[in-house]
Design a binder for this molecule. Structure first.
Ligand SMILES: Cc1cc2nc3c(=O)[nH]c(=O)nc-3n(C[C@H](O)[C@H](O)[C@H](O)COP(=O)(O)O)c2cc1C
Length: 391
């Protein structure tokens, strides 16, 4: 992993030439376009899905979402993946999550997508179900712990999971999903993908990471089922494969389909990178285009986190890429400057870079990293007088 902290390519005198993202020969990979099926990302810097927990409890995007995502789009993002969006009302992480469980929610999402397209960005959406982590605390009230109660708009008694194992002592025990409910769940993922398409999204990302429902099925720590959805690797991945199949019936074949995994639980005998690599080989054949390689968050009490050094999750992306060279892979996690991002791409550890918190700190991250790498990219014309002259 220490190798990743060196900057061999960017220190090469031939490398750091000023280039233009419009120039096909631009040497800076981060600003080379990336074609995925019928879409072209204008750069390889993707805005990570990040919940802002700001709906009026109806799952619908509102003016804050228009401002937040519009601002990121205006400032050069190639692809923005809208935060975890629940496919069932009981699958929300908090009462304030976005949702696509009903046709009524399509119109406000359509307005959001049009807003992002108008500013020049592609629009992705992460489809999610929180499982046992649903009805969680309102993250915007920093002092709230445990679950949201019924009085707070929560649904603690309705949460579901592969097995009845609670998140923690102060969380409700989830109801074990029966086969009929699993069928319904797959149907609801598929219908949410249909709605995402009707709203005009360019990309769907399936959320199979961070200890949410699909990850709860993948991991033997949270999945203790004895039926065909638990036990062996083949059984634990079954729900994930069925969700992909379901979504494919509703999501156009020409549009990219991403999936996000926690490549490891950081827990002994948990889900691990070898299983992730094996699963990626299977899903590549099923038509998944991009794997977004995150890690952890299945169980905060059990996980043994490594030191959180810059790029600490990059080796997982690298491993997936090495073992599945045909799969497009994105790396994420503490990638905080242009040189670091470029080095990851130059070393072929990943095909694109997903970035989260840097965009919350500074929505001009794309413009800044282009400057840092000496690449001439288009600025929003309204802001061009703020650009620092290169002459
Ligand atoms: C405020 C916040 C909200 C997040 N929400 C989501 C989410 O909705 N879906 C998801 O897969 N990851 C979520 N994440 C994780 C980020 O997508 C990203 O993987 C993580 O922040 C690491 O990348 P970074 O170091 O560039 O921030 C969230 C992170 C933050 C900080």
């Amino acid at each position: 992993m220490n190798d990743l902290l060196k900057l061999p390519n960017v220190n090469n005198p031939n490398f750091n030439k000023v280039g233009s993202s419009k120039d096909k020969n631009c040497q800076v990979k981060l600003f080379q376009p990336l074609n995925i099926k019928n879409v072209t990302l204008k750069n390889r810097l993707i805005v990570a899905p990040m919940c802002i927990f700001s709906t009026h409890s109806d799952g619908k995007p509102n003016s804050l979402h228009l401002i937040h995502y519009g601002n990121l789009a205006l400032r050069g993002a190639g692809l923005i993946i809208v935060e975890a969006t629940a496919v069932q009302e009981i699958g929300r992480i908090t009462p304030y999550d976005l949702g696509l469980w009903s046709d009524e929610q399509i119109a406000p999402f359509k307005a959001l997508v049009e807003n992002m397209h108008f500013q020049g960005s592609l629009a992705g959406i992460q489809l999610a179900h929180a499982g046992r982590k649903a009805s969680g605390p309102n993250e915007l009230l920093r002092n709230q712990k445990g679950m949201s109660t019924i009085e707070e708009g929560g649904w603690p008694e309705k949460i579901v999971a592969p097995s009845p194992i609670p998140v923690d002592n102060d969380w409700a025990t989830p109801n074990e999903l029966n086969k009929e409910q699993i069928k319904q769940l797959i149907n609801d993922f598929a219908n949410a993908a249909r709605r995402a398409n009707e709203a005009g999204f360019d990309v769907v990302e399936i959320h199979a990471a961070h200890g949410y429902l699909i990850h709860q099925f993948l991991s033997p720590i949270t999945n203790k089922r004895t039926d065909e959805y638990g036990g062996s690797f083949e059984n634990r991945i079954r729900l994930c494969l069925e969700v992909i199949e379901g979504i494919k019936t509703q999501w156009p074949a020409e549009k990219p389909l991403f999936i996000r995994f926690s490549c490891t639980d950081f827990i002994e005998n948990g889900w691990n990178i070898q299983e992730t690599v094996k699963l990626c080989t299977i899903i590549k054949k099923m038509g998944i285009d991009v794997v977004d390689c995150s890690a952890g968050a299945l169980d905060g009490r059990l996980q043994n986190l490594p030191p959180l050094v810059p790029g600490y999750q990059v080796p997982y992306a690298h491993e997936v890429k090495k073992q599945n060279p045909d799969m497009l892979v994105t790396a994420v996690g503490l990638i905080t400057n242009g040189k670091q991002a470029e080095e990851i791409l130059q070393n072929d550890y990943a095909d694109a870079i997903t970035v989260g918190r840097s965009f919350l700190r500074d929505s001009s991250t794309v413009l800044n990293w282009a400057d840092e790498l000496g690449v001439d990219i288009e600025w929003p014309c309204q802001y061009s007088r703020a650009r620092i002259s290169k002459n």
